[in-house]
Design a protein around this ligand. Sequence first.
Ligand code: PHE
Length: 344
Amino acid sequence: MKTKLEELKTQALQEINNASDLNALQELKIKYLSRKGELNTIKRGLKDISPEERPVIGEIANKTAEEIEEILNQKYELLNKENISIKLEAEKIDITLPGDYIPYGKQHPLTSTINEIVFIFNKMGFTLVEESNSPEVETEYYNFDALNFPKDHPAKDMQDTFYTINASNLLLRSQTSNSQIREMEKKRPPLRVISPGRVYRSEAVSSRKNNLFHQVEGFLVDKEVTFGDLKGVLNEFTRHFFGQARPTRFRTSYFPFTEPSAEIDVQCIMCSGKGCRTCSGTGWLEILGAGMIDPNVLKGVNIDPEVYSGFAFGMGVERLTMLKFAINDIRLFFNNDVRFLEQF
Ligand code: PHE
């Protein structure tokens, strides 16, 4: 029996030594030390040996159990340590390495300009148009007719306006003024609305023209609104947008839906004098159209022009942005070249 125990110990130690992971170790513990394990199987033979030998062998058996357990524990510690260091090695991060460069997205300059314009007018009590009242796909009625355009106005021509193929009176809006009509149809004065968005015109693309561009429309309808109010609001706007030092001027103009009408020019910032390409040598650049809302337009939306009056304006976002940052080609806004965009 003694030999059996010794053999068992040798075998157990060898197997424990060879165990490569904690699971294998657990199995060996069951194999040798559990109630039905091999050591107990041998111990069951104690009853067959002489009473004198029994305590001696019994003691050897107990010692063997202790030794196997001790070795198991040592091996357990070892494997556990190994496990941890393998994990640590796998998760190691070298914090001294230089970081990866992640290019940041930035707000598009046209978006910042729109946000700035809306912010300035917000402060003067104008609120943002309801999106559903400012659609880009529009009917001829809202883009032209309700705005007092005569039936044969040249702007309605296919050469200026993109019509859809499906329905002849559906078009891509050529101006944000459609939102004036849609808002005024649904709401009653007093009204102060600011309405930014995309507009489309069928034009040859050049450094100054693109067939998609952005406008910000604004209008105010109330009792006793005068041209002086229009001037005051727009001067306040240009002062905030360009700063005090940039001169502006009002020029008379014509729009079917405003009377009287005006355009505002800002002094050219790229001006190199007589031959300046940006302003054709005039020294001034047009940034917006404006005027007092024509009584016909008010009548069309059931607002009594004897009681109410109002003004409207529409400004070109690309123009304003080009002037502010001295950008000389409108196409830069639409190429999405990061070398251009990351400067803002
Ligand atoms: N809608 C006009 C344009 O696109 C601008 C404008 C808006 C003029 C409002 C007067 C009043 O040219």
